[in-house]
Design a protein around this ligand. Structure first.
Ligand SMILES: O=C(O)CCC(=O)C(=O)O
Length: 289
């Protein structure tokens, strides 16, 4: 099965968790009726995005109402659901976690955001997820009858190495639920998706919450799908809605044949250099403290 329809849901997320869940389920039904087989929700779809909200909206995965709703929706509509993310509670720790369900409604994997969003752009945006969240400790891939898929959450997309590992391990599609903001969104959101797609000659897709100008954190929106040639094949602006892309996996082989960078890699040169670079960077970090 080398062709399928992908849906990325850009939903407006509000303060009421039950309303957010009902809306996610409604959009999943709509996407499924439109023929989508793999449906992705945005980052933090059950809760407003912000460190002050995470403890209150957090749930265990599985077992909480959000993942129960997704499991039911996956089964009823017979689709894969990549469940954006929700704040997850596990013991005394909180994570930003994406739960993935197969068409039988089974939880097949979960991805805990591995790179926490800690940035400071003076006068524009300061955000420190690490004040309340812990990072995940592993990368997350899953298989479908269509292709193998790698999952990252928002800030994870900035780390080229993660995407490269996924693609080297056979992923054809990288899915990033994400919520860029009004500073980094216009500057980096599209460029970084196209970069990850071009670096690895894979499909890359993002699902953002819709923009709410009154929220504490104003999301950029612009959910998109990029093909292995780096072309944006589906996108939107800031409003709520679902975007679709007909994914034809033969495009990946076509691009890799024309520009065979995947075969031309010089790992003999990169590996020693990467290890040396890692050491230099860590020494710098150490010196600066
Ligand atoms: O990397 C960025 O600019 C935004 C990241 C972000 O919003 C997140 O990780 O939730």
């Amino acid at each position: 099965m080398s062709k399928f329809k992908l849906a990325m849901i850009q939903m407006a997320v509000g303060i009421s968790k039950p309303d957010n869940l009902a809306k996610a389920v409604k959009f999943i039904q709509e996407a499924s009726s439109s023929g989508a087989s793999i449906i992705t929700l945005p980052e933090c779809f059950n809760s407003p995005y912000g460190t002050k909200y995470f403890p209150e909206y957090a749930e265990s995965i599985p077992g909480g109402p959000s993942t129960e709703a997704l499991s039911k929706a996956a089964k009823e509509n017979s689709v894969y659901i990549v469940g954006g993310s929700i704040p997850e509670k596990d013991g005394d720790r909180l994570y930003n976690t994406c739960a993935v369900f197969n068409p039988k409604g089974e939880l097949i994997t979960k991805h805990r955001k591995v790179h926490l969003f800690d940035i400071n752009v003076p006068g524009k945006i300061r955000f420190q997820e690490s004040e309340v969240l812990s990072p995940g400790e592993s990368l997350t891939m899953f298989s479908t009858p269509y292709c193998t898929i790698g999952v990252g959450i928002c800030y994870d997309i900035r780390f080229a190495e993660m995407a490269q590992i996924y693609s080297n391990k056979g992923c054809s599609l990288l899915l990033y639920p994400g919520a860029f903001n009004m500073t980094t969104g216009p500057a980096h959101w599209e460029a970084i998706q196209r970069a990850r797609a071009l670096d690895n000659q894979v499909f890359v897709a993002t699902a953002s919450p819709a923009r709410d100008e009154n929220a504490d954190y104003v999301a950029w929106g612009h959910s998109s799908v990029v093909d292995p040639w780096g072309t944006v094949i589906s996108t939107t602006e800031e409003k709520e809605g679902v975007i679709y892309a007909n994914i034809d996996l033969s495009r990946l082989e076509e691009v890799r044949k024309m520009i065979p960078v995947t075969k031309q890699k010089r790992y003999d040169l990169y590996q020693p250099a990467t290890l040396a670079l890692k050491k230099i960077r860590q020494d710098d970090l150490y010196d600066s403290h």
